[in-house]
Design a binder for this molecule. Structure first.
Ligand SMILES: C[S@@+](CC[C@H](N)C(=O)[O-])C[C@H]1O[C@@H](n2cnc3c(N)ncnc32)[C@H](O)[C@@H]1O
Length: 346
């Protein structure tokens, strides 16, 4: 994030005090949280940012963009999210959260669609957008008019729906989640390995679905006879969808918010994982590597992890630090499924 935007957004939030709100999604830089004085309200849909904000003494809340609906705020500041429906949802919620005359600040790089989002925000909030280029970023300021003309079509962002079907079982999902309208090819390839793997290794008593999304891999493990599944993710929307799928399919287990399982002390017989390769708009191999590390750290000494990665990911190199044995289980449609065992002592 350019220093100019950081400076302006930070100053606006400090000026608004308790009547301002920073909405921090995965694109929100840690420096912005670090630059805010204690007590500033922050809402994040990411567990790691929520924890960081709490530790800094900010007035932090963790939710899937559940903004207040009482027109009480003078300022809402947010970076542009990757998913268009999520940005539209935020704009619609901002119309109900901001007092007339209150202001929505949106920022992002050129490739984020910031100018389009600013135009849409202006249409929804009943005013004209003001967009400025600051360094490599754009900062849009949109004031809420006295009347709010219309809500934007956000494809019912907030509603979970049984949109997908996994082997005859309905899966609840919604816009913005990974693979939300079509089961990801890589995840499906991993799930397809589980029957043979369970036959070979025995049915695991305890499975960890690391970065669970809406819980496809958890459901696959449950269907093949895993006795208990712990599912965890950093994202509030993913956790809500996963909990809904646990309830719908009576999965014995739990759904826990965490940053790469850091808050989970238990150890598991099997970890299933389709790790992320991006954080927001940015590629992040360090994040992928943390998933291998976390898998090894959460296994019983005789446990194993099953990972699926795109063939462009240097999985063998990344996993080698944490596992003594790496076995290729499947290679199809540009995805590879690996069985990782013999976890190395941390
Ligand atoms: C490639 S998706 C896989 C989702 C799901 N397992 C599937 O196969 O459909 C990666 C998931 O990792 C989650 N994630 C990203 N960063 C995370 C972190 N630091 N801790 C836990 N989960 C994270 C994302 O929210 C996303 O749900």
């Amino acid at each position: 994030m350019a220093a100019e935007v950081l400076g302006e957004v930070g100053a606006a939030l400090r000026a608004a005090g308790a009547r301002g709100l920073l909405v921090a999604d995965e694109n929100c830089p840690a420096e912005l949280l670090a630059a805010l004085p204690e007590g500033i309200p922050v809402l994040s849909n990411r567990w790691d940012l929520y924890r960081a904000a709490t530790e800094r003494g900010l007035d932090a809340h963790f939710s899937d963009f559940a903004l207040p609906g009482d027109n009480s705020l003078d300022l809402i500041a947010a970076s542009v999210a990757k998913e268009r429906n999520l940005v539209r949802h935020l704009i619609n919620r901002a119309a109900r959260a901001l007092a007339p005359g209150g202001c929505l600040l949106l920022w992002g790089g050129k490739q984020t669609g910031i100018k389009t989002h600013a135009r849409e925000a202006a249409a929804a909030l009943g005013s004209a957008p003001e967009v400025r280029k600051l360094g490599r970023n754009y900062l849009a300021r949109v004031t809420r008019g006295a009347a709010v003309p219309r809500a934007l079509d956000d494809d019912h962002y907030a509603e979970l729906r049984p949109l997908l079907n996994y082997g005859g079982l309905p899966l609840f999902t919604k816009p913005g989640l990974f693979g939300w309208h079509r089961i990801d090819t890589g995840s499906a390839l991993l799930a397809a390995q589980l029957p043979a793997l369970f036959a070979r290794l025995g049915r695991p008593a305890r499975v960890l679905d690391l970065g669970c999304g809406y819980g496809l891999l958890a459901l696959a493990a449950h269907r093949e006879g895993a006795a208990w599944v712990t599912a965890t993710d950093n994202c509030a929307a993913a956790l809500a969808a996963c909990a809904r799928n646990f309830a719908a399919h009576d999965i014995a287990g739990e759904v826990i918010p965490s940053d790469c399982a850091a808050e989970i002390a238990a150890r598991f017989d099997l970890v299933v994982c389709n790790p992320p390769h991006h954080r927001g708009f940015a590629a992040d191999q360090g994040l992928t590597e943390r998933f291998f590390r976390a898998a090894a750290a959460h296994l019983d000494p005789r446990g194993a992890a099953v990972f699926v990665t795109h063939r462009s990911v240097p999985t063998t190199r990344l996993a080698d630090t944490f596992f003594a044995r790496i076995e290729l289980l499947a290679d199809a449609d540009n995805f590879r499924v690996y069985l990782l065992s013999g976890r190395r002592a941390p």
